[in-house]
Design a protein. Structure first.
Length: 203
């Protein structure tokens, strides 16, 4: 049973983990800095222009937004709040951090996390902080290096390999790819990987 990304539909947004749907089925979450291109990547994945909100102002995703991924009602894509945007209050940043950490550490149905990073600035201090919350013993990790169109192919490949070496140095096992929502680069690869992540639900 193949997921139908183009039919992905918004379920709801929640501001507290207690408001999430029952912790069953399978969820694939997307996280990243506020200006890393997370919403654009989600829209490209699903072949939609406005599934996830894209704005001129980073930090628009202030809740956990859940999307149903047909054909299985138990499959969900989860858009986590963007982090690292400076022009918000300290209280708001603390709320987002708590929401992210609580979700990642408590959600048993989380099968995989797509960590979205600008290829020109991968693995910032905030990205590393997020990785400390990810239960890697039960959650797969895929790093999406976005805005690859901003670099030459050679420079993009160099950044990809450097990021992989850095993750290995941290003892973190992950898959990685370059990606450009503007050029539609890497979209099919991402769909293929997420389809593999969903297979255990079918078995």
């Amino acid at each position: 049973m193949e997921p139908r990304f183009r039919e992905t539909a918004f379920i709801k947004g929640v501001a507290q983990v207690e408001q999430l749907p029952p912790d069953d089925g399978i969820e694939i979450a997307f996280a990243g800095r506020s200006n890393a291109g997370k919403s654009s990547a989600l829209n490209a994945l699903c072949g939609r222009k406005a599934l996830a909100r894209v704005g001129r102002t980073p930090g628009r995703t202030q809740e956990i937004n859940l999307f149903a991924l047909p054909p299985d009602a138990a499959w969900r894509l989860v858009d986590l709040p963007g982090y690292g945007y400076a022009k918000v209050s300290a209280g708001q940043r603390q709320h987002w951090d708590r929401l992210l950490g609580d979700y990642l550490q408590s959600r048993e149905c989380l099968a995989g996390l797509v960590l979205i990073m600008d290829i020109r600035r991968p693995l910032t201090e905030l990205d590393r902080q997020l990785l400390e919350w990810v239960p890697l013993e039960r959650c797969q990790l895929h790093c999406l290096l976005t805005k690859a169109d901003k670099l030459s192919r050679q420079a993009a490949d160099k950044q990809l390999h450097a990021t992989q070496r850095e993750l290995e140095g941290l003892g973190i096992e992950a898959t990685l790819q370059t990606f450009s929502s503007l050029k539609n680069q890497g979209v099919d690869d991402l769909r293929g990987l997420l389809t593999e992540w969903l297979q255990p639900v079918e078995d």
